[in-house]
Design a protein around this ligand. Structure first.
Ligand code: PGA
Length: 257
């Protein structure tokens, strides 16, 4: 990380875990045990139905509330879907877009991800855009090309001005939920390549100030080495964000001088 130029963001991705009651208990506990230092930003991306509970408890805290998905249209006949304006109205600050589980299980492609990025930005929120290769793609050696394509497509039509609100998360698919974390060098290499793509698209200043997180089995034991990489500006954390203790430890690590 490099706090001089950009924000470090530690974000939990709860996926389909925790009821509203469990959310309330977690948020109370996390809020009351935060370290004093404010060197990193914190977010909890919770299931849709948990958002009101999280937003209420975290209202005057430094923990932002995030969602894990959104529909691309502003409104319409889309049974079961949720719009960006609905989320913004609940004080949601971040929305995860293009998570690999959505890409794989719900067949979301890069063009759809781009539409969702615009929906989030238009509603005044911050997209956390997930990109990453699977194991076969890494073995074949197309990781950097693939990620460049994912980034360029996700950001099509996004203005330099809007880039202030964009967060990128590098999440190698083979590392998500598997316990196989990327090595700090692997994470650093791809995050630095992502910054290179941003530099080509938007210039050095914007590339330098964009937060690029790593995600994929990040936990309290490996966070320090991952965050020590210059281009890794935080984490998108799944299973280790489900327990206050482990999530808090990662926050403490990100807060170290
Ligand atoms: P994990 O999930 O930390 O459980 O691997 C990360 C993510 O999917 O964002």
């Amino acid at each position: 990380m490099n706090r001089k130029y950009r924000k470090t963001i530690i974000a939990g991705n709860w996926k389909m875990f925790k009821t509203p009651s469990e959310t309330r208990a977690f948020a109370e506990e996390l809020k009351s045990s935060l370290p004093r230092a404010k060197r990193c930003s914190i977010a909890l991306c919770v299931p849709y139905v948990d958002i009101p509970a999280a937003a209420k408890i975290l209202k005057d805290s430094r923990i932002a509330v995030g969602a894990q998905n959104v529909h691309w249209a502003s409104e319409g006949t889309y049974t079961g879907e949720i719009s960006a304006d609905m989320l913004a109205d609940l004080d949601v600050k971040y929305v995860i877009v293009g998570h690999s589980e959505r890409r794989q299980l719900f067949l979301e492609n890069d063009l759809l991800v781009n539409r969702k990025v615009h929906a989030v930005l238009d509603a005044g929120m911050n997209p956390i855009i997930c990109v990453g290769e699977d194991w076969d793609q890494r073995q074949i050696g197309v990781t950097l090309e693939l990620i460049s394509y994912q980034i360029r497509t996700a950001l099509a039509g996004v203005t330099p001005e809007q880039m202030r609100h964009v967060v990128i998360a590098y999440e190698p698919v083979w590392a998500i939920g598997t316990g196989n974390t990327a090595t700090p060098e692997q994470a650093g290499e791809v995050c630095s390549a992502i910054r290179g793509v941003l530099r080509k698209l938007y210039g050095a200043r914007i590339a330098r100030s964009t937060t690029i997180q790593y995600g994929g089995s990040m936990n309290e034991n490996n966070a320090e080495a991952l965050l020590a990489q210059e281009d890794v500006d935080g984490g998108l954390i799944g299973s280790a964000s489900l327990k206050v203790e482990s999530f808090l430890k990662i926050i403490q690590i990100a807060n170290q001088e």
